[in-house]
Design a protein around this ligand. Sequence first.
Ligand SMILES: Cc1cc2nc3c(=O)[nH]c(=O)nc-3n(C[C@H](O)[C@H](O)[C@H](O)COP(=O)(O)OP(=O)(O)OC[C@H]3O[C@@H](n4cnc5c(N)ncnc54)[C@H](O)[C@@H]3O)c2cc1C
Length: 470
Amino acid sequence: MNQDYPITIIGAGPIGLAAAAHLIERNQQVRVLEAGSTAGTAIRAWGHIRLFSTWRYNIDAAARRLLETPTANYAGNWQAPRETRRPSGADMVTEYLEPLAAHPALSPAISYGHRVTNVTRVQADGHGVDKTRSKARGDSLFLLRTETATGTKDLLARAVIDASGTWMTPNPVGRSGIEAIGEDEARRAGSITPALPDPLGADAEAFAGKTILVLGAGHSAANTLISLGRLRQRHTETRILWGLRGAANPVRLYGGGPADELPARGQLGTSLRRFVENGDITLMENVCVTAVETGDRLTVVLADNRNLVVDLLVPATGFRPDLAPLSELRLDLDQIVESPRELGPLIDPEFHSCGTVPAHGESVLSHPESGFYIVGMKSYGRAPTFLMATGYEQVRSIAAALAGDRAAAEQVELDLPETGVCSTDSASSCASPEPDAEVVSCCGTSEPVAIGFATGTLHGHTELLAAQKN
Ligand SMILES: Cc1cc2nc3c(=O)[nH]c(=O)nc-3n(C[C@H](O)[C@H](O)[C@H](O)COP(=O)(O)OP(=O)(O)OC[C@H]3O[C@@H](n4cnc5c(N)ncnc54)[C@H](O)[C@@H]3O)c2cc1C
């Protein structure tokens, strides 16, 4: 009887829509609940950033088949973008996610403006099944509580795929993984901006002539800083402070410059270094934020009793999964990165970059709660190294399992190039320290600390895992 209910996917980002495409291909009943008003709501927020992976790695195979195959009421004349081009976030939405979400096989299954706030289990006769109830738990349905413009709804599902990403839950700017005192108020007042603002585009007016503190040391920080450096060339009164939570290590901050084995990485580091050496950007070490005070300007109080007075603070401190809606489910999570337990050691950013994570599917992503999966960016928990190509393989495998095709579910493969897909520049969630790098953070978050790119392939886990566990 459970078959009468749909498999419900939370989130219409690239991985949620790919999951839907795979399930539709396997004739499964699907429903997608999306908090935003369009597909790719999260990517739209960083639409001005150019991806570091080319189209070849950004399009899911089942989604491509759907888009390219003419069917009733659909001509199938979607133009696939050139494989070697790197899209911007905005291109991802307009050239791929929007056409996919508008496909007649998919569009009726998507409900926009539906934000899932809780997932739990319930029997088909309506009796509740809370986390402590084990009897017939596996046979019960899922209940998704959903906030919409017209009120709260409870929706039922036979299985749930959580592809809601991590964009909505940035890491705090405070030390030790918790908010600085006053942080919430400063975010609401706009003194702490969203991650990855657009200082050369939509946010130029808000940033020009201001004093800005950028906190973090990964690609996001590098991108924001370089954009701000360029803004300062036009508006010379703009002041840019770059706060590192630990000590500065030039090699880790700037890469190898012209001698870098990856020219684009060297270029990014070289540009950033030039701005710092010219005095356009002031580099500050040991910026461990304990409190922020919102007034006419923002006072940032540091652990060593220094105070910085700025107009805006840009957090480039990474993201974490929102696990609160899942608190009634029995999850088995890695204690360090908050990914499914088996995946944790494979993606820990202290040991891995994005190209060094092996293909994994349904069995690695399953939880004690049968029929429930976390996929995509959220499946990596706090690790910043997720790639869409990895997520597409995750959902292919899960769709096969949910359709009863065990053999296809277990056969997982990932086609990444020798150097990983992050072989060019730009912002990414993919910045991670080299395997043996010491994490430069006094604050204990999993923020990326180096301008690093994947240079390895799928090897070396045994040694790294052993090193981590010892
Ligand atoms: C700046 C940046 C650059 C990146 N560059 C690359 C790259 O070059 N190559 C690469 O492979 N990867 C890259 N990534 C990593 C990753 O592939 C992307 O973040 C990708 O968007 C993740 O897809 P997703 O579907 O898992 O999540 P998202 O794209 O975040 O989509 C999640 C969706 O769920 C919705 N949602 C959230 N909460 C709820 C809720 N409670 N209820 C209902 N809906 C909800 C959101 O509105 C959103 O539409 C990058 C990430 C960032 C931030």
